[in-house]
Design a protein around this ligand. Structure first.
Ligand SMILES: Cc1cc2nc3c(=O)[nH]c(=O)nc-3n(C[C@H](O)[C@H](O)[C@H](O)COP(=O)(O)OP(=O)(O)OC[C@H]3O[C@@H](n4cnc5c(N)ncnc54)[C@H](O)[C@@H]3O)c2cc1C
Length: 406
């Protein structure tokens, strides 16, 4: 039998933003009934896998520079005036969560366990008597005279206010969440979605031999002969992709294809010093084969791939390597180019770029301009952050803002 219920507010989606929103709304309206409707069997499942199980929940001093999406700068500037990383962390401290920041400003729970973040939210939701209905996928949401009628397979909820906190295109297990349909049914403007913070698919036959190898590098995204963005960090080579946090940070643009990633494996060496280093090695091992010149410098397979890519036969003797070949080796070490292919694989992406247009919501409350009493928060919106705690910071901050406005 269909269960019917009248509530003050229904939060659709029990992820980071939805839980935070419900906490704040319930604190503001202690006598009102507030419910979370979550399609998974438990709330906050994705939180548990964030930050490799440690949950990088915020970033000290996060500002608009680290966010993307049309209109994101204005929205973040307004939101973070009141709901900055300090405000989000203060809120978590009042919930009992102790945190620490690493040297780059990434914030983690002191326990280094993502479950601590989920536990404090769940504890507070229980204290505030917020009902968490799990296994309840929303099938439809419709406007009524008093608010919204929300329907799941076996529940019909009449809510005066509703919050859409359904996240990005994929769920915690990388499956398509179906939340796009729900958003589309509201008639709100949406931008095309694409995967972000993901490995980047590249076209290079040599990658097969490099699978699993990691190397410190500077990586640059090059589009129309211009450097669009550069990062430093660990590059992970996969069968047909480049991965690692520095690559994730280029992926938003790179996944569109039609560009290149340049990998500099020795970014601290000037071109002259790199040339003398290679020349010196070739002279030292003059009568040995060139296949060994990268011993002590790079992983063996990486060295072989550089030789092949530079057009140098690994069996050639060091003394026979021409100046042109040395230059080619240097170019491949300092500016190894990989062509990026269009990537629509959301399964390995940490966030969805694109979503509900920011012009659809009021930045001071997150209320939808065309649907009074309906709020949209978190990753469902056309805003995505860099790697480093920015996405959860936004989910929590927008959840706090909507919760305080309900
Ligand atoms: C592997 C991984 C690691 C990550 N690590 C980090 C990190 O360390 N730091 C960081 O800042 N960000 C990280 N992110 C990104 C971050 O998790 C998200 O940006 C953030 O969780 C978005 O919050 P949200 O509340 O908008 O959506 P979500 O947390 O995704 O929550 C949405 C919820 O809505 C539910 N839902 C969807 N559709 C329906 C429906 N129709 N009916 C009912 N419920 C529905 C979903 O099941 C889900 O529980 C990571 C992401 C992944 C995948």
């Amino acid at each position: 039998m269909m269960k019917k219920e009248n509530v003050y507010a229904a939060v659709i989606g029990g992820g980071a933003g939805g839980m935070m929103c419900a906490v704040r709304a319930a604190e503001r309206h202690p006598k009102e009934k507030i419910v979370i409707l979550e399609k998974a069997d438990r709330v906050g499942k994705k939180l548990l896998v964030t930050g490799n199980g440690r949950c990088n929940l915020s970033h000290i001093g996060a500002d608009a520079e680290s966010y993307h999406g049309e209109g994101s700068t204005d929205l973040i500037n307004i939101l973070f005036k009141k709901y900055s990383s300090d405000a989000v962390l203060h809120c978590f401290h009042t919930l009992g969560l102790l945190t620490h920041a690493d040297h780059e400003g990434r914030v983690y729970p002191l326990s280094n366990q993502a479950s601590s973040v989920l536990d404090v939210l769940r504890k507070r939701l229980a204290e505030l008597s917020v009902d968490m209905y799990c296994g309840e996928e929303i099938q439809s949401i419709q406007k009524t005279a008093e608010g919204y009628e929300i329907v799941t397979a076996d529940r019909r909820i009449f809510a005066r206010k509703a919050v859409i906190a359904v996240g990005g295109r994929n769920d915690h297990a990388g499956r398509e969440s179906g939340s796009r349909e729900l958003l589309r049914s509201l008639g709100v403007g949406m931008t095309k979605v694409s995967p972000s913070l993901s490995p980047v698919k590249v076209n290079n036959d040599l990658l097969r031999s490099l699978k699993g190898i990691r190397a410190q590098a500077e990586v640059r995204l090059i589009k129309n002969h211009q450097v669009v963005k550069s990062e430093r960090g660990e590059v992970q080579f996969a069968e047909n992709a480049l991965s690692g946090i520095c690559i994730f940070d280029l992926s938003r643009e790179a996944n569109k294809g039609g560009c290149e990633i340049s990998v500099n494996l020795l970014p601290d060496l000037s071109p002259d010093r790199l040339y003398s280093e290679i020349e010196g090695r070739l002279q030292r091992d003059a009568s040995a084969s060139v296949s060994d010149i990268f011993i002590g410098m790079f992983h063996k397979n990486l060295g072989l791939a550089i030789l092949k890519s530079s057009g140098v036969r690994p069996s050639a003797l060091c003394k026979d390597i021409s100046e042109k070949e040395i230059k080619s080796l240097c170019r491949h070490i300092a500016d190894w180019r990989f062509s990026c292919e269009e990537n629509r694989d959301f399964k390995k992406a940490q966030v969805t770029a694109g979503g509900v247009k920011l012009s659809e919501i009021d930045a001071r409350t997150f209320m939808c301009k065309r649907h009074k009493g309906l709020y949209i928060i978190g990753e469902a919106l056309d805003i995505d952050g860099d790697c480093g705690g920015y996405n959860l910071q936004f989910a929590f901050a927008s959840g706090m803002c909507a919760g305080d406005s309900l």
